[in-house]
Design a protein around this ligand. Structure first.
Ligand code: 13P
Ligand code: SF4
Length: 302
């Protein structure tokens, strides 16, 4: 299957983009493996004719918004995201109406319709930069992740209004779990994704061995810091690349079931079928696409 996928990729001038949360065999096959920001950048710059996006639906949709003249294919078009599902375009429009002076900053984990009502997009890699770039006296409506929003408020000293959404995987990463690991492994740093519910806890935020990062930031820290052990408080797929980059280090998952089942819907079989049939194209209606592109381009230019 791997040989066939590679041959088809060449024959059709296709590129395979994969998120760190996909299955290890998909990560190993990807031309580019990245977090949400890295993958958006790749979609914007690739010269391939076909982008096969191994991730969840909003990610393929974002690629299609950025690169409308490319064919964007999803091996698992039904793969959703609890966070993206927690906000609708209509809901956001009403929120905006209730706060007419507010600027809307939306996490990239949103549908194209929500992006169409958004002023600035961000990912977990650049959220602090995006919010810090906005005038200090303007009101900000941040959505849909309440935990990431609370963490940005803490880090920037802002008081953004927060949408009440969450990622069903990271919302299970509690302060108690993190504290237990800090106690159990006194020599380890705990690297935490800010979508986690513990990102709201002042005690964890103040702990000198607890660090909050995007997926790419977690990887950077684990390579840069000369410790032997790290506790990883994010989706378990990340461990594959962490171990590859630092085989001499030990990575301890925060819990055995921190798994995004939607991301695992992309399998080798489905990837091969997608390249063979070119089914699963993800397209956004042109009027929505043009509006959704504006906040993404603002983010990219920052
Ligand atoms: P990043 O890719 O920005 O780290 O976000 C994590 C995530 O949950 C993606 O769905
Ligand atoms: Fe969505 Fe959470 Fe899965 Fe990321 S890990 S795709 S935010 S449900």
């Amino acid at each position: 299957m791997v040989a066939r996928i590679q041959a088809l990729k060449k024959e059709k001038n296709a590129v395979i983009l994969a998120h760190y949360y996909t299955l290890p065999e998909i990560q190993d096959l990807a031309d580019y493996l990245g977090d949400s920001l890295g993958l958006s950048k790749q979609a914007a710059t690739t010269d391939a004719d076909i982008i096969v996006f191994c991730g969840v639906h909003f990610m393929a949709e974002t690629a299609s918004i950025i690169a409308p003249h490319k064919k964007v294919l999803s091996p698992a078009p039904e793969a959703g995201c609890s966070l993206a599902d927690s906000a609708t375009g209509e809901g956001l429009r009403r929120w905006k109406e209730a706060h007419p002076n507010g600027l809307v900053v939306s996490y990239v984990n949103t549908t194209a319709e929500v992006k169409a009502w958004t002023d600035y997009c961000c990912t977990s890699s650049n959220a602090l930069n995006v919010v810090r770039s906005l005038p200090k006296d303007c009101d900000i409506l941040f959505g849909p992740d309440r935990n990431l929003g609370a963490w940005i408020n803490h880090e920037t000293g802002r008081n953004m209004e927060l949408w009440d959404g969450c990622c069903c995987v990271h919302d299970e990463i509690t302060s108690e779990m993190v504290q237990r690991k800090l106690d159990e492994y006194p020599d380890a740093d705990v690297l935490i994704h800010p979508e986690s519910i513990c990102a709201k806890d002042p005690a964890i935020l103040a702990n000198p061995r607890a660090f909050f990062y995007s997926t790419a930031g977690i990887l950077d820290h684990s390579i840069r810091v000369p410790k032997k052990r790290f506790v990883i408080a994010t989706e378990e797929g990340t461990l594959h690349e962490l171990k590859k980059r630092s085989p001499e280090k030990e990575f301890i998952p925060i819990a055995p079931n921190t798994i995004c089942k939607e991301m695992k819907k992309v399998t080798l079989e489905r990837l091969l079928e997608t390249l063979e049939t070119e089914c699963g194209e993800v397209k956004v209606p042109e009027d929505i696409r043009q509006r959704a592109l504006i906040p993404i381009e603002r983010m990219m230019s920052l």
